[in-house]
Design a binder for this molecule. Structure first.
Ligand code: ZN
Length: 100
């Protein structure tokens, strides 16, 4: 997947539509096509924003459970804790007891 900025994409499509000749037939269709595509961007599905969570640690082992998806994983890379859950992609910067 390649994420793009839908607002900028819409502005670009509308700019292209504006630059098309105000003429007839083919150009009218082309212009309408760009405008229609630009409007369609407003109704397309949005990728869910990344969730935030924290590691629920187990004192006896260097493992933890992701507070978002619940997967149990090794949470240390050397002496540093992983900042992203490898299963659900949640950023592990949330605070204890804090959802989302
Ligand atoms: Zn997770």
């Amino acid at each position: 997947m390649r994420l793009i900025d839908a607002d900028k994409a819409k502005a670009e499509l509308l700019r292209i539509a504006r630059d098309i000749h105000d003429c007839c037939g083919f150009y009218d269709g082309l212009k309408a096509g760009y405008q229609s595509a630009a409007d369609r961007l407003d109704t397309m599905l949005v990728v869910e924003e990344r969730k935030h969570g924290h590691w629920i640690e187990h004192s006896e082992h260097p493992i933890g459970d992701c507070s978002v998806c619940g997967e149990r994983v090794p949470i240390y890379s050397g002496s540093k804790k992983y900042k992203i859950c490898p299963y659900c992609g949640a950023k592990m910067d949330g605070k204890e007891g804090e959802e989302e």
